[in-house]
Ligand binder design. Sequence first.
Ligand SMILES: C[S@@+](CC[C@H](N)C(=O)[O-])C[C@H]1O[C@@H](n2cnc3c(N)ncnc32)[C@H](O)[C@@H]1O
Length: 206
Amino acid sequence: MTHHLISNKKKFFDLWAPSYDWLFLSVFYQAVHKRLLEYVYLPEQPYVLDLGCGTGRLLERLANQFPDLRGIGLDLSTEMLRVARRNNHHRPRLIYIEGRAESLPFASSQFDAVFNTISFLHYAEPQQVFAEVARVLNPGGRFYLVDSTVANQAEQKLMAVTKGGIKLYSPTSREHLGVCAGLLCLGHYYLLGPVLLTVFTKAPLG
Ligand SMILES: C[S@@+](CC[C@H](N)C(=O)[O-])C[C@H]1O[C@@H](n2cnc3c(N)ncnc32)[C@H](O)[C@@H]1O
């Protein structure tokens, strides 16, 4: 069932990829990225992961702002990655690989930050993704989760926009996902309209 849902998402994003950077919606996403950067804290020479990186616009922006940053963009969609690789102005500091957020092909504790923008709403196994993020983060590392949200009363609202549906998470339900994965919520910040940034951290060792 999950495999079927993910395969439908892949087809959907593969079709969207060639026009993704030209649509009005993408202008909106880039405004969100810009706002997100106001809240980003990174150590020196950061190594970061962008989960569901799409066409790589956020990583490009991060690499411009942090000249010693290295990063990996991971995405389900071959076609989104094709666009990201074509527009990669920071090779080999930035690389792009195909994969699923639910099963990350990385060793534990290697990233200083994980970013996830407007992608989490598509995940069929949200708790599994949180567990994977917590695993690959360095102690003290941060997870920047950016997605549309819903008010706390609605807890978790399912909207069948794509065939498999999307899921929007309230601030409280995000915190709950974090706690279950061992991540501490540092705060919630509205970036643009209903798009909410939630920042998590993995407890430092000792
Ligand atoms: C709306 S786009 C956002 C892209 C980018 N983060 C941005 O801010 O422009 C959502 C992305 O999430 C990816 N995605 C959806 N489900 C995924 C999954 N289970 N694993 C990895 N990527 C996924 C899609 O392929 C798509 O590129």
